[in-house]
Design a binder for this molecule. Sequence first.
Ligand SMILES: Cc1ncc(COP(=O)(O)O)c(C=O)c1O
Length: 482
Amino acid sequence: MSNIKFYYGEKVPLEMHKVRIVQKLNLVPIERRLEAITEAGNNTFLLKNRDVFLDMLTDSGVNAMSDQQLAAMMVADDSYAGSETFSRLENKITEIFGKKYFLPAHQGRACENILSQAFVTPGSIVPMNYHFTTTKAHIVLNGGTVEEIVIDEGLNIDSAHPFKGNSDIEKLKAVIEKYGSEKIAFLRLEAGTNLIGGQPFSLENMREVSTICRQNGIMVVLDASLLADNLYFIKVREEKCENMSIREITREISDLSDIIYFSARKLGCVRGGVICLDNEEWYQKMREFLPLYEGFLTYGGMSVREMEAMVVGLDETMDENMISQGPLFIEYMADELKKKGVPVVTPAGGLGCHLNAMTFLPHIPQTQYPAGALAAALYIVSGIRGMERGTMSEQRDENGIEPLSDMELLRLAMPRRVFTLSQVKYAVDRIGWLYENRELVDGLRFVEEPKVLRFFFGRLAPVSDWQSKLVAKFKSDFADSL
Ligand SMILES: Cc1ncc(COP(=O)(O)O)c(C=O)c1O
């Protein structure tokens, strides 16, 4: 995919698949879109899909599955215990990651629950390149504290650094020095670092981190949910790895990790979760939680059909043509937006195209959620559903103080192999229009604010009548166009 050049020099991400099953889409009029976002409390999580045109909320559980995956679902063995499906998945995980033991779970955060219950105790420290929402929530729930060690450049939105998900080795050493390795429950590395714009770490950086951890007796836990993007970036951006196959890179990353877990809603394009490891004692410790929270050992809350599809999905992840589709579409979208002056996270990462709401809407203070306001505004003008990744996604501390997020991003996820290039062009067009009319957009305030993971169910209201003004301007510019 990446090495097919167009004669006239245009940079086009060419799909290496064809579409054989389609789902009808609907674009409701802007008046309905305004009503819908109001009914949803200005929270895109609460929109009904019938009101959504392009669903760019997430890539979680919504990537397109292949014909081979769907076919594999037909041979699933649904025995409660000892299922053949479990053995096939176990063998595939051992083949790809080289790990001996495998625990199934119903999704990524279920793995985080098991890991945190098994290893985090009150006072524990968990260093990580960067936190993810559900990860941090589970660690904090068990009395632990997260220490972020991402390189400073990771938080620089407009950058040329190819590996913004790298850990800062000096910060890691300082955390070990400050707390002592016995207080560190484990070190967590997140592939394709979600909250800072799907940014990868390099294999070289992981080698260094893992060496220090091993010298200090600290367990390395890899969150491989976004590993597919990270593998692709290592292959194309890390010179020393250009001759390594995707399988070889995967295997080395795995060898540098003591425990790997992932959301198979992302890695494997199904719906489920996986923990795998070599250490028998840790395996036994985590296994105890499985029947309590997930299900029997051979399905762990997953449907066996999804497990069969995961066997194929993991294999397909080892194909560079497959894993390049997301990053190349995202790069195309980011480049087109940059041409229009729209502030986006650079370099383009995996997962999705991220708009920098702090620069897009500099007149909105973080306490009025610029990224949330941008999500609501974009939905109104386009029917596109994105996800706020900023202060709304943070959680108040025990004193009720709201931490302001390092970044205010609107994430426009690119579910893999789902959208066509003309749909991406539509998104670029409407975002460009919104950028030209950005002064019309104002902030939001919470009217219902849950204590935990408030961004999922919280309801907000606009701080002024900006949304009706935005609709009026849209109608005057677009006349009868949806
Ligand atoms: C990096 C990362 N870790 C963990 C999770 C949690 O996975 P799940 O949504 O399957 O619970 C996600 C989900 O988006 C993620 O991106």
